[in-house]
Design a protein around this ligand. Structure first.
Ligand code: DHB
Ligand code: FE
Length: 280
């Protein structure tokens, strides 16, 4: 049977793409961020996952404001990356896992999560940067990818409780998949940041630290925040922490922290990284 071996949550700031393309990993501005990754890469080398389920939000690339699914799941054999306007290099197409995608989609719809299904899907920096950070270099990633897109962009957004429940349903879907697969779930975006409006530049370390703590040991506690409270506490784009909570929902076993890193700021963002192991 398939099993979820853990989850990795991290920020997805476009400037990271430029830093990678210019080899700035050791630069004093960038080192506190990139130095967070070796322990997570060592953990990945140890667990050797076959598939990554990527919980992220699209930034106007595949879905624009005219058509905005609350939840969408990729079911494509291959995904293409494009730049939605940041001017960062795009990556080569990468492999999906349509069989697993359809199993997840069918199980979710059966559980009354009526997701949009995408047999073609463009993905933006919110998928490619985390993957490029986990598997750096030009070689193809050693995993297939199932993208799960959550609307954190245009109101009404799903609630924190709903995201967590979607994650739990994805966790059950994967546990009922017959192929012997090891799956890592990534959740991208966050932590606190706001790119526009009068609060542009807003960062809230205290709330980010609370999120880290609760994501490890008491994720249910985060479901009590309304989405408007999260916008207030984390910023309009910091609400992407919903993707982290959705990813956390997929871990149905005993969860322990492997590693975490936090650095303020990368661009306008409190940049976070959290790696969790799931046993049993
Ligand atoms: C930034 C952060 C994001 O989450 C994003 O999607 C785009 C930009 C930033 O801080 O620059
Ligand atoms: Fe974002």
């Amino acid at each position: 049977m398939a099993r979820i071996v853990g989850s990795i949550m991290m920020s997805h700031v476009p400037a990271i793409g430029r830093a990678i393309s210019k080899n700035l990993q050791a630069d004093p501005y960038w080192a506190p961020w990139f130095d967070g990754f070796p322990p997570v890469r060592r953990w990945l080398a140890d667990v050797k996952p076959d598939v990554v389920v990527a919980v992220y939000n699209d930034h106007g690339l595949n879905f624009f404001l005219d058509k905005m699914p609350t939840f969408a799941v990729g079911a494509a054999p291959e995904y293409r990356n494009a730049d939605e306007g940041w001017g960062i290099p795009t990556l080569q197409p990468f492999a999906g896992d349509p069989m697993l995608s359809w199993h997840v989609i069918e199980t979710l719809v059966d559980a009354e999560f009526d997701v949009t299904t995408c047999q073609e899907m463009l993905v933006d920096h919110a998928v490619t940067l985390p993957m490029a950070l986990l598997w750096p270099g030009d070689a193809p990633w050693p995993v297939r990818v199932v993208p799960v897109c959550v609307n954190t962009v245009q109101f009404p957004l799903p609630s924190m409780a709903r995201g967590f429940k979607l994650g739990q349903a994805i966790g059950r879907a994967i546990a009922s998949y017959e192929e012997d697969l090891k799956v890592v779930v990534i959740g991208t975006g966050g932590l606190s940041h706001q790119l526009d409006g009068t609060r542009a530049g807003f960062i809230n370390r205290e709330f980010d630290e609370l999120c880290f703590e609760k994501l490890v040991s008491d994720p249910q506690a985060l479901t009590k925040y309304s989405i408007h409270e999260v916008v207030e506490l984390a910023g309009t784009q910091g609400v992407e922490v919903l993707n982290w909570l959705t990813a956390r929902g997929t871990l149905l076993g005993q969860v322990t922290q492997v590693h975490r890193n936090y650095h303020i700021p990368i661009s306008n963002t409190a940049a976070g990284l959290l790696c969790l192991e799931n046993r049993g």
